[in-house]
Design a protein around this ligand. Structure first.
Ligand code: NAP
Length: 274
C-alpha cells in the first residue's frame, strides 16, 4: 500500500467538477499535490481550497490530450516536487449525441482525453514508480464502462477502455509494488458533467452519488489496493449484476424505466445548444 502522507501525487481534471474534491481528500491525507487541467484560473481556485500548512500545491496548466502537454506535466512535477508516486487520471470529456451526428473531431476529442491522455500520462509516470518500487495509478472510469448507455456511445467506449486498461496493467505490474485501480461512479450530484445536463425529470433508475463518495473510493482503492470500485446506490449495483447475467433484461428495464429516452432528451438539448 502506498503511504499517502508526503507522497507526490498528480490529479488531472483538477480545475472543476469532481477533481477538486478528489484533490481535497488527498491533501487531507498528506499528499503533495500537482493539479493539472487546461484552465489555470480553475486550478488556482482548487489550489486555494487544497492548500495545507507546509503543503503548497503545484499548479500545472496543460492539455493532457497532447503529447507535449503530457511531457510538460511529468517534467514539471519531477523538477518542482520530485518523482511522482501517485497518478489520478480523472480528466474527462463527454459528447452526448446520436452517434451519427458526432463529427470525427468529436470522437477524437473524447478518446484523446479519456483514453489516450490517461494511458500516455501513465506511461510517462510509470518509470518513476518502477524505480521507487512503489506507487499507485487510479483512473476514474464510469458505470458507462460496464453497461450500455445510448447517445453516450463515444464516452461509453472510452470508459469500457478504462476497464481493460486497468485490469491489464494491474496484471502486468503484479509483484512490483505498484497498484492499479479504477473507480466507476454513476451520475455525480452538484458538480461535474452530469450536473450540467439539462432535460426533464431524471428517471428514478438513474441514481446519484456525492462527489465526496467518489473521492473516498479513490482513497479506498489505494489503501486496500482494490482493482475497482463502483460508486453507485445499492439499487443500481443490483441492476448491474442483473445486466451481467441478462443484458437483454437490463436493456428492457432501462428502456422501460425511461433511461434511454431521458438520455436522448439530454443529447438533443445539447445538440441544439451547440
Ligand atoms: N459527473 C459525472 O456524473 C460523472 C459520472 C461518471 C464518471 N465521471 C468521470 O469523472 C471524471 C471527472 O468528470 P467531471 O464530471 O468532474 O467533469 P468536468 O466537470 O467536465 O471536469 C472535467 C475536468 O477535466 C479537465 N479536462 C478536460 N479536458 C482536458 C484536457 N484536454 N487536458 C487537461 N484537462 C482536461 C477539465 O479541465 P479544463 O477544461 O480546465 O482542461 C476539468 O478539470 C471524468 O473522467 C468523467 O468521465 C463523471
Amino acid at each position: 500500500m502506498l503511504e499517502l502522507n508526503g507522497a507526490v501525487g498528480i490529479v488531472t481534471g483538477a480545475s472543476r467538477g469532481v477533481g477538486p474534491v478528489i484533490a481535497e481528500h488527498l491533501a487531507e491525507a498528506g499528499v503533495r499535490l500537482a493539479l493539472v487541467a487546461r484552465s489555470e484560473d480553475g486550478l488556482r481556485k482548487t489550489a486555494e481550497r487544497v492548500r495545507r500548512p507546509g503543503r503548497e500545491p503545484l499548479v500545472v496548466p496543460a492539455d493532457i490530450s497532447d503529447e507535449a502537454g503530457q511531457r510538460l506535466v511529468v517534467n514539471t512535477v519531477c523538477r518542482e516536487l520530485g518523482p511522482p508516486e501517485l497518478l489520478v487520471n480523472n480528466a474527462g470529456r463527454e459528447h452526448l449525441s446520436r452517434f451519427q451526428d458526432a463529427s470525427v473531431e468529436d470522437i477524437k476529442k473524447v478518446i484523446l482525453v479519456n483514453l489516450f491522455g490517461a494511458e500516455a500520462l501513465t506511461r510517462l509516470v510509470l518509470p518513476h514508480l518502477l524505480s521507487a518500487g512503489r506507487g499507485h495509478i487510479v483512473t476514474i472510469g464510469s458505470v458507462a464502462g460496464r453497461t450500455a448507455y445510448p447517445y453516450g456511445t463515444i464516452n461509453c467506449s472510452t470508459k469500457h477502455g478504462v476497464v481493460g486498461f486497468t485490469w491489464s496493467l494491474r496484471e502486468e505490474l503484479r509483484g512490483t509494488g505498484i497498484g492499479v485501480s479504477a473507480v466507476y461512479p454513476t451520475l455525480i450530484a452538484d458538480v461535474g458533467i452530469s450536473a450540467r445536463w439539462r432535460a426533464g425529470r431524471r428517471p428514478a433508475l438513474l441514481g446519484q452519488v456525492q462527489p465526496a463518495d467518489v473521492a473516498r473510493a479513490v482513497l479506498t482503492c489505494i489503501a486496500k489496493n482494490k482493482v475497482e470500485m463502483t460508486v453507485s446506490p445499492v439499487a443500481e449495483k443490483i441492476a448491474d449484476v442483473l445486466g451481467a447475467v441478462s443484458p437483454r433484461l437490463a436493456s428492457w428495464i432501462a428502456r422501460n424505466g425511461g433511461v434511454h429516452s431521458y438520455l436522448r432528451d439530454v443529447a438533443d438539448l445539447q445538440r441544439r445548444s451547440r
